[in-house]
Design a protein around this ligand. Structure first.
Ligand SMILES: NC(=O)c1ccc[n+]([C@@H]2O[C@H](COP(=O)([O-])OP(=O)(O)OC[C@H]3O[C@@H](n4cnc5c(N)ncnc54)[C@H](OP(=O)(O)O)[C@@H]3O)[C@@H](O)[C@H]2O)c1
Length: 262
């Protein structure tokens, strides 16, 4: 399928590892100009080197803590300067910590809101005017199955990501007439560092191994396995493509059938 994004410029946030990195690689493989950002310079350098070795292409990287507005502004400015605008914005972020309601204080909620919600608000606000001028754009937020079916002991994620889902739907109403689509991709359990760390933490509580925890999770998924990050990435790149020109305001779960609702 011809996706038609080979000359498009893309920023994938929180993309030195895991799902974000897989998304960046998928865009590179489609010939797009790709920028990535995250907090840790060493992670970014390693990732950009590995992408160069694999595809023979440079990605632009920027150190950016998504909970800091100034960092986001600097990143978007740097990408705009290098690529002359951003056609496709993928708002990914680090996941909030695991825990239940009484585990968290107000500052924990604020930090989850900054990282998950306000980071996407800020980045989106900075790229939309240029997309409106060009009358083309794609905004894709990486959320979670937790927006459709809350995940036990992930109360920060369960609560805050639904705000982003509402924002995307509202924005899709505002921006459709400019040929800008806004969608969410909601990953299910995906084999990354984040899932590994969550499994280690749950294993300690249950006095078992993280392998056992992951195997139990897989048993509860109709596809009977965890996702590979590349499977999330393929959906994101499709939504960003010319072929997805009439899909907007949607949340697409990529979860192996995990969500039980219709
Ligand atoms: N894996 C799953 O099963 C799963 C399921 C549903 C939803 N999700 C969500 O999908 C997102 C990505 O998850 P993942 O599994 O790919 O996580 P991951 O493997 O832990 O990777 C997280 C990425 O985010 C970056 N990052 C973390 N905090 C950041 C910050 N404040 N500013 C900028 N970059 C930051 C990290 O790089 P640095 O350390 O260099 O900053 C890294 O590149 C998370 O929000 C997660 O909750 C994951």
């Amino acid at each position: 399928m011809y996706l038609g994004i080979s000359r498009k410029s893309v920023l994938v946030t929180a993309a030195s590892k895991g799902i974000g990195r897989a998304i960046a690689e998928e865009f590179v493989s489609e010939g797009a100009k790709v920028a990535i950002c995250s907090r840790n310079k060493e992670h970014l350098l390693k990732t950009s080197d590995e992408i160069k070795n694999k595809f023979g292409v440079e990605v632009l990287w920027c150190v950016c803590d998504l909970s800091k507005r100034k960092d986001i502004e600097n990143t978007i400015n740097a990408v705009n300067n290098e690529f002359n605008g951003i056609d496709i914005l993928v708002n990914n972020c680090g996941g909030p910590p695991r825990g239940n309601f009484l585990d968290f204080e107000e500052e924990d909620w604020q930090s989850a809101i900054d990282q998950v919600f306000l980071s996407a608000v800020t980045a989106t606000k900075l790229v939309v005017p240029n997309m409106m001028e060009k009358e083309w754009g794609r905004i894709i937020n990486i959320t979670s199955i937790s927006v459709k079916q809350p995940v036990d002991s992930l109360i920060l994620s369960n609560a805050v990501r639904t705000g982003l889902t509402g924002l995307a739907k509202s924005l899709s109403n505002e921006l459709g007439k400019y040929n800008i689509t806004v969608n969410n991709v909601a990953p299910g359990y995906t084999l990354t560092n984040r899932l590994y760390e969550l499994a280690v933490s749950r294993a300690k509580e249950m006095n078992t191994s993280h392998e056992e925890v992951l195997s139990e999770i897989a048993k509860g998924i109709p596809m009977n396995r965890l996702a590979a990050p590349e499977e999330i990435a393929a959906t994101v790149v499709f939504l960003a493509s010319m072929k997805a020109s009439y899909i907007t305001g949607c949340t697409i779960p990529v979860d192996g059938g995990y969500i039980k609702g219709l």
